[in-house]
Design a protein around this ligand. Structure first.
Ligand code: SF4
Length: 379
């Protein structure tokens, strides 16, 4: 069998040669995303980091804001993670913190817990140090103005990639596909093939809330058939994966694959482990709940006990969410009685994430419709 034959993946992704084990875990939703800082000195115009994190020194494990090591470990357990991807910002800007997390995760989950890291900084001392701490892989983000043979100013990137085998870890390159840079990217791939890196990942360039203005200044347009992908990025990536005959494995990861496969799989795994048995799960990995909401000023303990009695719910049939001041039950059970309740009852669809982001809500009784109307009118 030809190891370098073309493999087609869902959502227009594809690869030639073996995928990095980190990518396989990611596609299966088994990789926790550990965002170690929003700080980054590189300021790429296409940077997609969200406004809530961009250039802020904050830590998140998936969607969970991290305030202690326990938050990181709890989140890894919540998705049954078999690995972690460390990202930012630029993680090497907080190398002590990264080393701490690498050691923490390896100590807690064992040497098999696969850890990879993205960085823009070609710093051999820091990477060698992290390799000694247990890091399994790094992915170097090479700035687009250096794509090509990696000589002169690109020398530092080349040197890190050539030295990395001494540290005993996988070394790859991951870059967004800028559609007008096809020739430079072609030359970069030939150079990386000659160096013999372990893999190259090509990401579809995409619009985000943060980068939209700058992307438009660069005359990029959204490809309407392709999520938030930039017009032309996918076509260039596909040509490179299909046409170049290289020894180095090359993987094109589409914008839709990240949402439609990676994220969805991770949500499903989290829902399996954390959603209450009475909740309904959807194919997309979201969770549907029936909720009864307390009025302002209501004393939560006494009020929730009354709601539970009125619903006839037994242990395991409900959950009290103190932060959101509500009782959660089966959406089906709530639909049957909602009209007769004196409190606002809704059916809500949420992500099974630490922040329980709400996707949709539908009122189930008149009190809820009035409340929803007031909320809309108040906007
Ligand atoms: S290196 Fe990454 S985090 Fe930093 S500005 Fe560029 S895209 Fe954003």
């Amino acid at each position: 069998m030809n190891a370098n034959r073309l493999h087609l993946l869902p959502m227009a992704s594809s690869h030639r040669g073996a995928l990095s084990p980190a990518c396989t875990q990611c596609a299966e939703g088994r990789k926790m995303v550990l965002f170690v800082t929003g700080l980054c000195r590189f300021r790429c115009f296409y940077c997609p980091v969200s406004p809530a994190r961009n250039q802020l020194d904050v830590v998140y494990a998936n969607e969970r804001r991290v305030r202690s090591d326990a938050d990181v470990l709890d989140e890894a357990r919540a998705i049954g993670a078999s690995g972690t991807g460390i990202t930012g910002g630029d993680p090497l800007g907080v190398v002590d913190r990264v080393e701490h997390y690498v050691r923490l995760l390896k100590h807690e989950f064992g040497a098999d817990h696969d850890i990879h890291l993205y960085t823009h900084e070609p710093n051999p001392e820091k990477l060698a140090r992290l390799a000694r701490a247990g890091l399994d892989e790094f992915r170097l983000h090479i700035p687009h103005y250096l794509w090509g043979p990696l000589t002169s100013d690109g020398g530092a990137y080349r040197s890190v990639l050539e030295t990395a085998p001494d540290w005993g870890i996988r070394r790859g390159v991951e870059v967004p596909v800028l559609p007008e840079k096809e020739a430079e990217l072609r030359r970069l791939l030939l150079t990386l093939d000659a160096i013999g890196v372990d893999f190259v990942n090509l990401n579809e360039l995409e619009f985000s809330e943060t980068n939209e203005t700058k992307m438009r200044e660069h005359h990029y347009r959204v490809d309407p058939r392709n999520g938030w992908g930039v017009r032309g990025s996918r076509a260039v990536a596909e040509r490179l994966v299909r046409e170049l005959s290289l020894s180095v494995p090359v993987h094109y990861c589409s914008s839709r694959f990240k949402d439609g496969v990676q994220l969805r799989q991770r949500l499903r795994r989290r829902a399996d482990r954390t959603a209450p048995a009475f909740a309904r799960r959807t194919e997309d990995g979201t969770v549907v709940l029936g909720v009864v909401e307390a009025e302002v000023g209501e004393e939560l303990d006494r009020w929730s006990a009354r709601v539970v009695r009125r619903l006839g719910a037994g242990p395991g049939d409900y959950r009290v969410d103190e932060a959101r001041r509500r009782v959660e039950v089966s959406p089906l059970a709530l639909r049957r009685v909602a009209r007769r309740l004196p409190w606002a009852a809704f059916e809500v669809e949420v992500y099974p994430t630490a922040d329980a982001l709400e996707v949709e809500r539908a009122p189930l009784n008149a009190v809820a419709r009035t409340k929803a109307g007031l909320a809309l009118g108040g906007e």
